[in-house]
Design a protein around this ligand. Structure first.
Ligand code: F0G
Length: 454
């Protein structure tokens, strides 16, 4: 980190842990990353940090031509804004994560009624979800701490990512996932990366509760997003986004909300970038939940953010099937600080939005599609204006959950469910495979029929 010295105006900057509720400043975190005084979450703060913004931007730009692994990572390239991990060369575990593209979504823009719509596709990370940006950093911290075992509860993406980074760092990994409620694609990743994968007969929230008890008894390092290192790594998605936008913030950033670590991280980065004068104004950060897994939406709308009532969550967007989100207070803070909104979207709205993002040639997993579905609602309500610049954060790759996609296009996704009637609205987006005899005439007839309907 020698570069830090040359651009930091105050070279004394060190990261400090701070409780988000009682402002305690512990020197180190307990196994469950909860404040020992009040039980709330911890976060990193950087008292007194100060940089020359122009020098920082140019340093980060120059690193893109470097051959060093850490400079090639879209996370470690921004390491000046992350806590310092000693002996980084020895402990950093990187798969060159980050560096994700920003795509325009012209068809989706028309559907949503906005002039400028782009997506930052975090599904283009090494394990195909945004989790890699936080995992590279937190797994490296675990490696530095000399841990043998790392563990997480997951709806599938955290576990896939953790298993990969643990394997790269020669650590063992323990995965707790709800049986039958995560996609096969995600499950297969953690198996291949060699994790001890336990399918528990409960939901995500049940897995979290068992893991919290386990880490108090066994020397395993918790890698869920209550681990503040995860949040720090995930901040870099927002930093990279601003760099891609030539440091000209959009009007809106829209993210899915599950356990609410990602929205907290992106919001933290925005506030820090404003504080450091890397950006001159804040985009509004809005958070979208599935209607069947909407405890944060209800907290804000019904209780003014004063409390959150846990619920039993249910949605086919299994990544965000979460009823008791750990980071809700952090997310509430960034929602309020940026002037963002919350929305909830139905199962049919999610499926339609996913197909629309696919039709722009991009694609994403169901949980990511809540962003477009939510944008449509925010636009209808007038919160987003036609001429405002909007960025959707797509969190996972289309191939994470092919079952959902195939069922949707075959017309099976809502068969026999309460949404069957509503799903008629999405029929025009379905592109079921056409089964034909193996002869040229049949294919030509299909082609001509498609041409007539196009
Ligand atoms: N999108 C995807 C694809 C996810 O996997 C998740 C969370 C979210 C959105 C929500 O992000 O939790 O930070 O609010 N997945 C976690 C997991 C819970 O275990 O993979 P969040």
């Amino acid at each position: 980190m020698s570069s830090k010295v040359s651009i930091a105006q105050n070279t004394e900057t060190t990261a400090k842990l701070r409780c988000i509720s009682c402002a305690a400043n512990p020197d180190s975190a307990a196994q469950d990353f909860r404040c020992t005084a009040c039980g709330d979450l911890l976060e990193f703060s950087f008292p007194g940090w100060s940089f020359d913004p122009a020098a920082l931007k140019s340093l980060w730009r120059n690193r893109r031509t470097s051959r060093e692994a850490l400079d090639q990572s879209g996370v470690w390239r921004f390491r000046e804004l992350l806590p310092h991990i000693p002996n980084l060369e020895e402990h950093a575990i990187t798969l060159r994560e980050g560096n994700t593209p920003l795509y325009s979504l012209p068809r989706c823009a028309r559907v949503a009624g906005v002039e400028s719509l782009r997506a930052k596709h975090q599904g283009m990370n090494p394990t195909a979800s945004f989790k890699d940006t936080g995992m590279t950093f937190a797994a490296s911290a675990a490696h530095h701490a000399g841990l043998r075992w790392v563990a997480c509860a997951s709806t599938g993406n955290t576990s896939a990512s953790m298993a990969a980074y643990a394997a790269r760092g020669n650590m063992h990994s323990l995965v707790l996932i709800p049986e039958g409620k995560i996609s096969w694609g995600k499950l297969s990743q953690s198996l291949d990366y060699g994790a001890l994968t336990c399918q528990l007969r409960t939901d995500f929230d049940g897995c979290v509760s068992i893991l919290n008890q386990l880490v108090r008894q066994k020397p395993v390092y918790l890698l869920n997003s209550v681990n503040p290192y995860r949040i720090e790594g995930q901040k870099t998605a927002a930093i990279e986004l601003m760099e891609q936008l030539a440091w000209e913030p959009p009007d809106h950033i829209i993210v899915p909300g599950g356990n609410l670590g990602n929205s907290s991280a992106i919001g933290k980065a925005l506030l820090e970038m404003q504080e450091l004068k890397l950006i001159s104004r804040l985009p509004k950060l809005s958070i979208i939940q599935a209607q069947g897994a909407n405890p944060f939406y209800r907290s804000v709308r019904e209780f003014g953010g004063k409390r959150l009532e846990p619920m039993t969550a249910d949605t086919q967007a299994t990544a965000i099937r979460i009823g008791n989100p750990a980071s809700w207070k952090k997310a509430l803070r960034v929602l309020e600080a940026t002037g963002g909104e919350v929305e909830e979207v139905s199962e049919v709205e999610i499926a339609a939005a996913k197909a629309e993002i696919g039709a722009d040639g991009i694609g994403c997993e169901p949980a990511s599609a809540v962003t477009l579905a939510g944008l449509k609602k925010l636009r209808q309500r007038g919160f987003v204006k036609r001429d405002e610049a909007v960025i959707l954060i797509l969190t996972g790759h289309l191939l994470k959950d092919p079952d959902f996609t195939i069922k949707f296009h075959r017309g099976d996704l809502f068969a026999g469910t309460a949404e069957e009637a509503e799903s008629e609205r999405a029929k025009s987006l379905q592109r079921a495979p056409v089964e034909l005899e193996a002869n040229l005439g049949a294919v030509i007839a299909a082609l001509e029929a498609a041409e007539r309907n196009s």
